[in-house]
Design a protein. Structure first.
Lengths: 274, 330
């Protein structure tokens, strides 16, 4: 019982100081960028801050969830194996150490935690881009080589917490679809080199994925490089056969068949070539 | 990077901070136990090793002290390696010359320091190649599962550690080792990075004055680590092949536009050498011939391609290629 009393007493002043902290630091938030794609990083005004592991996980959680999280929920997600008391004390220490680094990005109210309003998270922009590409509502600047780089990074690779793994799988699927759409958009504009680059990035994400291979093969066909298309198709077919004992889908087979039919050797009838 | 001397073996954990010299950033090092032992070694070293005149032992101790974080080089020879900062002091030199460490991946693996080749064990070579190709930080887990796919985790990490230790033996910092991620330090010049940028500039037609030159043809004619057949490598090699062939075709178009037909032909033929059945490469050759009004050459090139396509794949060239030839030759 006295334990709980202690806790209550300590919580109130802590929050009070936090609020003044928040107000004091508010103007600096505008140039804080959090990156969760590829690798976690937190940068303020172009210089990166290095965080202790616990604080890093807390900021990562808030950046991925992007909503207000009750303290208890955040503590439970971050330290699922500890009991409630330990988890919340770990959370408090993560917050304190975060404040110690001078990179105050977390707004902590009495019971809820959230990122400051002006904090930029790279995942948000990347998801926006991916959705625009998939839905076809893209602007000209979306179809650029930079988009390929943005869509090539996984979400917090190597973080195996439950809350990361699901989100990471979500993002993985989204980015591969977006890369395939991007490849199609490039090919439509005649930028076949980038179309192939985008499809390759999707293949690197998942070498078994047929839609990515199809995007690549279509790009080769688009610029009339049938030999490349056939080589790529054969390579994929062999890989599937050897490692999984499968065949490419009927769609893919039909695509290859129709393309080779239209360019079948015609005995040298129609041109001066023969 | 500098490892701070103060470590605190109290409260059941060890806290060590590493400070990045250039940025002044501090990174807590979580690999506590290892640093505990190495830190202990650092404290005891003067007593254990006696006089500083005993150079060999001292050198050995230094190597053992920092196996994970390549800090400073352990002798005076390489201390001046300071990458980009020293680079900005000498503006007249080419980007390549500003670096002392050169890593070549195109045409075969080669690491040189001040033009002297450094021999490395196979594991270290593969690690460097992986990091150079991926440019940014790579997670340890990603690195080991790509490089040593067959073995179990403990062996993989042991292989990674031994590859890193052997690299540290080189004497200059090659790999930037962070908490969970690795990348090449910025002191290493990588030919692939520069060639990729060149290729992208050519494809996007945002070229600099030094791009559309005959030397670019040679750069773009090299394959990425030929003969390496790991799974991750084959995709990367194919990616580079496609990039360089497109860049060569763009280069040929740019040369043609400038009226430099011999160079345009050389670039296009380099692409043809990459894949003799590739239509866009043949198209670039034919366009260069037609720009000079050499219709007979264009026709001969087309027929050669057509015959090859028939022999290998029983296919016709595309309709647009045929149309170009019909229009150009008549």
């Amino acid at each position: 019982v006295p334990f709980i009393g202690c806790r209550d007493a300590s919580v109130a002043p802590r929050n009070a100081t936090t609020r003044t902290d928040v107000e004091r630091q508010a103007p600096e938030w505008s140039d804080i960028r959090i990156s969760v794609l590829g690798r976690f990083s937190l940068a303020r005004g172009g210089t990166s801050c290095s965080l202790p592991r616990g604080s890093e996980r807390l900021v990562g959680l808030l950046a991925v969830q992007r909503s207000n999280l009750r303290r208890a929920v955040a503590a439970g997600l971050l330290w699922p194996d500890s009991d409630e008391f330990r988890a919340s004390s770990s959370l408090r220490s993560a917050l304190t150490r975060l404040r110690g680094t001078g990179c105050t990005v977390v707004e902590s109210r009495s019971s809820a935690l959230s990122l400051g309003e002006n904090v930029e998270v790279d995942l948000t922009a990347a998801q926006g881009l991916a959705h625009r590409l998939i839905e076809g509502t893209l602007s000209d600047s979306d179809v650029s080589a930079d988009s390929i780089a943005t869509l090539s990074a996984d979400l917090l690779p190597g973080w195996y917490d439950d809350w990361v793994v699901l989100e990471a799988e979500d993002w993985h699927q989204l980015r591969l679809h977006a890369l395939e759409s991007l490849s199609t958009s490039f090919a439509r504009k005649g930028g076949f080199a980038h179309a192939i680059g985008a499809a390759m990035a999707a293949i690197k994400g998942d070498p078994w994925r047929e839609s990515a291979r199809q995007a690549l093969v279509r790009a080769h066909i688009g610029e009339n490089n049938l030999s490349e298309a056939i080589r790529e198709y054969e390579r994929y077919r062999r890989m599937l056969r050897q490692e999984l004992g499968l065949n490419p889908s009927l769609d893919f087979v039909r695509l290859m068949r129709s393309v080779t039919l239209t360019r079948r050797w015609n005995g040298g009838r129609d041109t001066l070539g023969a | 990077m500098r490892v701070e001397k103060g470590f605190a073996p109290y409260r059941g954990y060890v806290r060590v901070n590493a400070t990045d010299r250039r940025t002044g950033e501090r990174h807590p090092v979580e690999d506590g136990l290892q640093f505990f032992t190495t830190g202990l070694l650092a404290l005891l070293r003067p007593r254990l090793l006696g006089s500083p005149a005993d150079g060999r032992m001292k050198d050995l101790a230094h190597r053992r002290q920092t196996p994970r974080l390549p800090t400073e080089p352990h002798d005076g020879r390489a201390l001046s390696i300071d990458g980009r900062e020293s680079a900005s002091a000498a503006p007249g030199r080419s980007p390549r010359e500003r670096f002392k460490l050169h890593l070549q991946l195109l045409g075969g693996f080669r690491l040189t320091q001040d033009e002297v080749a450094i021999d490395l064990p196979r594991g270290s070579e593969r690690l460097l190649a992986f990091l150079a190709i991926h440019e940014d930080f790579s997670r340890r887990g990603t690195v080991v599962s790509a490089l040593w796919p067959g073995s179990d985790d403990r062996r993989r990490f042991a292989s990674l550690r031994s590859a890193l230790v052997r690299l540290h033996g080189v004497g200059c910092p090659l790999v930037d080792v962070r908490r969970q991620a690795l990348r090449l330090t910025e002191d290493v010049w990588v030919d692939l990075t520069e060639s990729r940028e060149l290729a992208h500039r050519l494809i996007d037609e945002q070229t600099r004055s030094t791009d559309v030159v005959a030397a670019s043809i040679a750069t773009l004619s090299l394959e990425l680590l030929p003969g390496w057949s790991d799974d991750w490598m084959t995709i990367e090699a194919e990616d580079w092949r496609q990039l360089r062939l497109h860049a060569l075709e763009s280069l040929s178009t740019l040369f043609t536009r400038k009226g430099r037909i011999p160079d345009a032909l050389a670039a296009a033929l380099a692409a043809v050498r990459g894949d003799s059945l590739r239509e866009t490469a043949r198209l670039a050759v034919v366009r260069a011939h037609l720009a000079e009004n050499n219709r007979s050459e264009a026709l001969r090139e087309f027929q050669r391609f057509r015959r090859l396509l028939y022999e290998e794949l029983r296919l016709e060239p595309s309709a647009s290629f045929v149309k170009l030839i019909d229009g150009g030759a008549s």
